[in-house]
Write a protein that binds this ligand. Structure first.
Ligand SMILES: Cc1cc2nc3c(=O)[nH]c(=O)nc-3n(C[C@H](O)[C@H](O)[C@H](O)COP(=O)(O)O)c2cc1C
Length: 183
């Protein structure tokens, strides 16, 4: 049985991030042949094109982790109707230098959670735009715009019962997508 290593990119650096909790919880709905590792993006320098030929160690680490993965899972908040700057910074870093885009061809899924009612819909749409440009085949359906309410997580940090079926179906579709598109 093939094994699939998934790089998880969380677009929030906040200690009590709902999106990190969502990332931690949803991976428990995956089958055993899938393993997930969150990549750190909080220690990356601000992207500067002058550094393309001498990327920082943290950038090289990010690119190695993306390069070694068979799939990507983005879980992001929405900031001012787009993706957080820290996430865009990480995406830009790993897309460079020209010809060495670490993201290309890695099948991806996109999720996001917000206390706001549109549940990161606009941020996810912006992220999809970026991923399309980078050559990342991204799961289209089902979309998952998660509205953070009491009960989204149970006391053990698992997905709560009201959202369990929806997110299990999302994960099942994601798993099938990665299996279909992983090189
Ligand atoms: C700079 C900033 C901009 C925000 N803009 C939006 C927004 O456009 N839409 C939204 O639903 N929530 C917005 N929020 C609220 C976030 O959804 C909320 O802070 C959420 O908890 C962030 O995700 P996290 O818990 O994973 O850190 C914004 C928060 C910040 C700090």
């Amino acid at each position: 049985m093939s094994q699939f290593q998934i790089a998880v990119i969380v677009g929030s650096l906040r200690k009590d991030s709902f999106n990190r909790k969502l990332a931690d919880a949803i991976v428990k709905l995956a089958p055993p042949e899938f393993t997930f590792k969150q990549v750190h993006i909080g220690d990356l320098p601000l992207y500067n094109q002058d550094d393309d030929e001498k990327q920082a160690e943290s950038v090289k680490r990010l690119k190695n982790e993306i390069g070694g993965a068979q799939g990507l899972l983005f879980v992001t908040p929405e900031y001012n109707r787009s993706i957080p700057g820290v996430l865009k910074n990480a995406i830009d870093h790993a897309s460079r230098p020209p010809g060495q885009n670490a993201w290309t061809g890695k099948p991806a899924g996109v999720l996001g959670a917000s206390p706001g009612v549109i549940g990161t819909a606009m941020a996810q749409q912006h992220l999809r735009n970026i991923l399309t440009f980078l050559g990342v085949p991204t799961l289209g359906q089902p979309e998952a715009f998660i509205h953070v309410t009491d009960g989204l997580f149970d006391e053990d940090g698992n997905i709560g019962s009201d959202s369990r079926q929806f997110l299990q179906n999302w994960m099942d579709q994601y798993v099938a997508w990665v299996k279909k598109h992983a090189g």
